[in-house]
Design a protein around this ligand. Sequence first.
Ligand code: PCD
Length: 806
Amino acid sequence: MNAEVASVEERKQNLKGMGTARRRVEDVRFVQGKGNYVDDIKLPGMLFGDFVRSPYAHARIKSVNKEAALAVPGVKAVLTADDLKPVNLAWMPTLAGDVQMVLADGKVLFQGQEVAFVVAEDRYAASDAAELVEVDYEELPVLVDPFKAMDPGAPVLREDLDGKTEGAHGPRRHHNHIFTWEVGDKDATDRALSEAEVVAKELITYQRVHPCPLETAGCVASMDKVNGQLTLWGTFQAPHAVRTVASLISTIPEHKIRVISPDIGGGFGNKVGVYPGYICAVVASIVLGVPVKWIEDRIENLQSTAFARDYHMTGEISATRDGRITGLKCHVLADHGGFDACADPTKFPAGFFNICTGSYDIPVAHVSVDGVYTNKAPGGVAYRCSFRVTEASYFIERMIDVLARKLEMDPAELRMKNFIGKEQFPYTSALGWEYDSGDYHTAMEKALETVSYKALRDEQKANREAFARSETRSLMGVGIGFFTEIVGAGPIKNCDILGLGMFDSCEIRVHPTGSAIARLGTISQGQGHATTFAQILASEIGIPADQITVEEGDTDTAPYGLGTYGSRSTPVAGAATAMAGRKIKAKAQMIAAYLLEVHDDDVEFEVDRFVVKGAPERFKTMAEVAFAAYNNVPPGMEPGLEAVSYYDPPNMTYPFGAYICVVDIDVDTGVTDIRRFYALDDCGTRINPMIIEGQVHGGLTEALAIAMGQEISYDEMGNVKGASLMDFFLPTAVETPVWETDFTVTPSPHHPIGAKGVGESPNVGGVSAFSNAVNDAFAHLGLTHTQMPHDHWRVWKTAERLGVTA
Ligand code: PCD
């Protein structure tokens, strides 16, 4: 059937636009081994770099002897801080306004810190030679406990900051203090707490974890000295920002730098920051005049590239006896490691942690965050979370459960009672955010009904009675995680990174035969942008998604954008895509009207064509208009059909969801069986339901990992424990339960197509649902809170402490 006689419905289907479970176009190459990752890039004469890393967490470096390493066949250079100093690159700026050593300058501050960079003909020679670099260390006292960081006698970590009482985010009170960040009304909150009928208090720790993308971080730097052109391929989540930073610190003009993010095997925040490996590869390529590749191994990735969380949150929440929340207070001790390299928008040193009033109408609140230095790896990235939102969500969702226990109230009922009402949106929270839209009661009711919540609680009651009679050794727990995310950074007025406003962009070119290419400032790392952004355009401009190429990640061709993290692509670049599409449509409408010999206002858009109002048989398809754009445009109009949009969103978007987890815990082994996990997500208008489901599955699996096992911990010497996949929990299909997904749709009122982000939501909501379920299993025995991760050993220890083990 040809397009001329197809029905509106058939033509719509043909577009595979928004709302269609369109198959992922990128998978054709991924499943056939045709992906092109950084390590697939092989250039003539390319060398390989590898690091010498510190075995000590805190030590002075007395000398470095390169001789034996340089004698290894194939070794071309060994770089140390002294080699980087003449080009002013021994230290680099961090995203958080601090500075970080590229290669150890005088001392090391964490185990695994980069000390020297060995460049050789292949990675084996580089690795052999790295072992032969002799470094003379003098051990210094180690600081691993953030609670001791600001003790008067605590070791001085950052000698470079000696005497500095001002940091990037205000005054510093101690030599290991980075900043204090405060928000909210302290006096009113203290008053609410002191006057309250009930107050619950708890120290909630979100342990240090690490994103674990299948592909580790890496790059290939290639300096063409003849043309003065640097090309840098890398696993970058923000290629344009990398180009700007590279230009600023290398003084190579920005137009002479081309940054390319090829296929990326997962980002999860791990690939947002700038790492010493990138700088060393670039310097080595400039010095040696040939391309240099650097690729981390797994242990290096887990040990030294950016960590996440490590938040120690002391909360107080107050309520009336019948369960109306009256105030919330939180102090966070944030362990930032040896350098403050957090990846947050400039004005938010603790990210969007002040979303911690969650989904509840809390009249007053106050948050203060103290960042401190310790002898641990730097970082502070948003591991599947929009800038500390996971921490905030975990905090409030645990606090609500702790309060429910104290009130002897059902946690679902307490939530229902305090949710922000649908009619209160746009809602301004006590900590200053304006939530765009939400319908929490409906989502929660749907969730409770679907899992038969009441029946679950009855069953739990029976289980507890049976347990007391020693008829079972298993305890049942039900955990609720109701979250509100804040994604889509963000309005330029609030959000910038290193002064770069956080807009995003899309540029579209429609070709004469009616197909198109769209280029964006974001970069997919597995999310499926090539599939979904084409769907947005298909619906906007009436060209089938299959005829639209989506390209990202090459700074020479893509319009400037701030990249993909913080679930910002849909809220920001997705909006830019729709807006650019609308510019195309506006021009196309004028061309169509001209071809149809009617006034512009007398045609209307219908799926894939412009139709004369009141004369449905008279129309021009988008394909016809595209052709005309190149040979027959109205007099005075420029030919061609292209548009670009740089979109500065008026607000962020606030996706939300209701998650319920049911667990059965064997108290004698600590083994926790996830019996059921139900996840209802509301991300506004849904572009691709299948991709959304995949995103939710992936995010929940990462939430399971974090809640039930992941931790990067340190012994008192500062040795990293568990930085290999022998210990670091990466769930496989074996450990992963069946995920039940569901949704409601509450569009964003300010986003051109009403869409909110979704990629991070399942991690944000999932962690608290698991943790609440484990805590709930022991609630009747008097437990209010136990720290994550809830691995078998810790769960068993909890059971033992409560006196119920065999
Ligand atoms: N969507 C749809 N609809 C809606 C929304 C959304 O459809 N409404 C879809 C889109 O289009 C895409 C996805 O979904 O495709 C996602 O989105 P979003 O949410 O917007 O986001 P993005 O921006 O794109 O991305 C980001 C995210 C993040 S952030 C993370 S972590 C993760 C997630 O994403 N990562 C990853 N997911 C994923 N997946 C994969 N596969 N891989 C990866 O790596 Mo960060 O901050 O970085 O931490």
